[in-house]
Design a protein around this ligand. Sequence first.
Ligand SMILES: NC(=O)C1=CN([C@@H]2O[C@H](COP(=O)(O)OP(=O)(O)OC[C@H]3O[C@@H](n4cnc5c(N)ncnc54)[C@H](O)[C@@H]3O)[C@@H](O)[C@H]2O)C=CC1
Ligand SMILES: N[C@@H](CC=O)C(=O)O
Ligand code: NA
Length: 434
Amino acid sequence: MNPVKVGICGLGTVGGGTFNVLQRNAQEIARRAGREIEVAQIAARSINPLCQTGSTLITDDVFEVVNNPDIDIVVELIGGYTLARDLVLKAIENGKHVVTANKALIAVHGNEIFTKAEEKGVIVAFEASVAGGIPVIKTIREGLSGNRINWVAGIINGTGNFILTEMREKGRAFADVLKEAQALGYAEADPTFDIEGIDAAHKLTILASIAFGIPLQFEKAYTEGITKLTSEDVLYADALGYRIKHLGVAKRTPQGIELRVHPTLIPAERLLANVNGVMNAVMVNGDAVGSTLYYGAGAGMEATASAVVADIVDVVRVMTSDPENRVPHLAFQPSSLSDVAVLPIDQCETAYYLRIQAEDSPGVLAQVATILSEREINIESIMQKELEHMDGKIPMILLTHKVSEAKMNDAITALEALEGVEGKVVRIRVEQLN
Ligand SMILES: NC(=O)C1=CN([C@@H]2O[C@H](COP(=O)(O)OP(=O)(O)OC[C@H]3O[C@@H](n4cnc5c(N)ncnc54)[C@H](O)[C@@H]3O)[C@@H](O)[C@H]2O)C=CC1
Ligand SMILES: N[C@@H](CC=O)C(=O)O
Ligand code: NA
């Protein structure tokens, strides 16, 4: 049988890794796919120096690949929303299958792309778009298809986790670690996507869709990054027996679906709290299986290529099958997606860590306690402990029980208005993950 012809658009970190893995493991991959896979054409403006492209045909025009009648599968690895969308839609129109690592594209334009793909009977595979090399999309979509999924919570940005780990363990400066993450190829073209939580929100949007059977709704995700975290809070969290991780949480509640990305205190003994560096981990809780955890490299050249190549193999295995019998793009049959509401953040409920810079007098503590109890916010614990280098200014650290964000916002406004409270109250959400 003739080889399946693949055209790769983008030959940077992920494209370069994909090319190398396809060459190095060509025989193993062909034994698995049942056909040889040939990279017949590449479009790229720059080539990762670690990629050995040899004599493969290279152009800088992605549409040459997309319109090349010999190509069966287009692999989109250029990133971004605009050109990537145009080229993917054109590839679909031309009847080609698509593999992409582009979470921004899927989270924002996925509904349109999958509708077009279903009309044309082609596959758009996107395993590398969430948690890099961890096959978490396949796991939720296929391995957990017997479950009603209750929640998904994960560390899904490698750059952010790398930064938090290096800052906590080695005391390194934020900007310095970010530069290293960029040099290692982990960061997005615009690294504010990583540090402001946008990349994690793209990925969480995708996870929520395949977990709950809802359309992609990136615009409804609550997004908070790691740029406002201070070493003080990291140290207080440690002292309380917690770690701060940047988490994406998608949770089914009786009122609707919570979809939120933010720094989170997690009990230090949880496996997720011990996921460090560029590693990612996703916990999925299903009604039948209980809690499950998937761990691995969330970014990087070959780890991400592992997921891209697995998608190519999947496509090769099923490309001649009846489209009706394939695994649906968003796990649920397109006609069975549900319109259950995604909740605004003020209707979400979590426990909280609060750091209040208060005058050290019993009167202030009583006022703080009154403000919280008037809003039915129960205090789990209070700590007033001086850490090193704090010049005797000891904040009040509170852990609360679960409460709605709306009530907590109201309480924080009242706390900040107290005469004995200085400046802003720091609030970080807490998840027990059990
Ligand atoms: N770097 C990583 O670890 C991961 C990246 N991703 C996603 O993979 C995609 C690619 O990311 P990277 O490989 O890191 O990016 P990169 O910046 O290393 O590579 C991009 C490639 O696309 C080419 N390109 C960009 N615009 C082009 C244009 N207009 N015409 C022709 N070629 C063009 C560049 O020349 C380069 O070869 C993005 O969607 C990213 O979000 C997903 C998982 C992990
Ligand atoms: N920039 C992303 C790359 C993988 O998706 C990350 O750091 O996780
Ligand atoms: Na993945």
